[in-house]
Write a protein that binds this ligand. Structure first.
Ligand code: HEM
Length: 225
């Protein structure tokens, strides 16, 4: 068993207390990601159970067009300098909601700072991946890996965590709303017009919904997806 750090350090690591409270908080260099458990593009990730053509069909159902992709890519430069702060806001939302924080808590019911911090680094990278909107086979394969990581088939395994082993499906699509609502003020920081901010935001809503649909795969009965 690892010795657990004091609760304040745990919460700082997890991003649930202000960062300046701890000078040694790890900075994630998004230019050259060396992120534990981040396996996009690695051969260890299983092939997606749907094709790129079927991905396009979901995008059509979502009215997701080339214009959305253009605005997602526009958001990348706007968001990149603020990624840590943005993910801090999302972690704050999770920390304020015990019904969500419990999925990051250990069997004794305490938030697991190490687990939160490791997932946080991948979350930051995910913001940039989402904005890059490169919908190739590697990206598609990794979406299903992320889905498995929310479901009992794989939750906790990447970080060897001792938390509840399954995120209930009902919360997965629901989080599209807080994630994209709290994103909006960050999209306003790039000096773009109100119309462009609206379009970046709309594209993000579609992308996060698209991803939560892909992540739902392990929750659906065989043959029904
Ligand atoms: C739209 C909804 C959601 C988004 C965009 C999102 C985003 C992410 C991302 C990007 C990761 C890291 C993936 C990776 O390993 O590369 C992750 C993992 C995780 N998320 Fe979510 N998530 C959502 C819903 C939820 C909900 C509802 C919960 C419940 C608290 C949750 C809890 C977690 C946990 C515990 C992990 C770590 C899983 C593991 O590998 O053990 N997520 N999420």
């Amino acid at each position: 068993m690892h010795a657990r750090p004091p609760i304040a350090i745990t919460l700082i690591l997890a991003g649930l207390l202000p960062m300046h409270a701890c000078a040694s908080v790890q900075h994630v260099d998004t230019a050259e990601p060396e992120i534990p458990g981040y396996t996009l593009g690695k051969r260890t990730v299983r092939k997606a159970p749907i094709t790129l053509g079927e991905l396009e069909e979901i995008q059509k159902s979502l009215l997701m067009s080339d214009e959305d992709i253009k605005y997602l890519r526009m958001s990348r430069d706007v968001l990149e300098p603020h990624v840590e702060e943005l993910v801090g806001v999302w972690y704050g939302f999770v920390g304020d909601n015990p019904h969500l924080l419990r999925y990051f808590s250990n069997s004794a019911g305490k938030p697991d700072g190490e687990y939160l911090a490791r997932v946080r680094a991948r979350f930051e990278r995910w913001v940039l991946d989402t904005a890059e909107a490169e919908y190739d086979q590697e990206w598609l394969d990794y979406q299903f890996e992320i889905g498995r990581r929310h479901h009992r088939v794989n939750k906790n395994t990447t970080d060897n965590a001792d938390a509840i082993d399954h995120i209930h499906f009902r919360h997965l699509p629901a989080l599209t709303i807080p994630v994209t609502t709290t994103l909006r003020p960050f999209l306003e920081r790039g000096g773009h017009s109100a119309e462009e901010v609206n379009k970046m935001h709309a594209a993000w809503v579609k992308s996060v919904l698209l991803q939560s649909i892909l992540w739902s795969y392990p929750y659906v009965n065989d043959g029904d997806y």
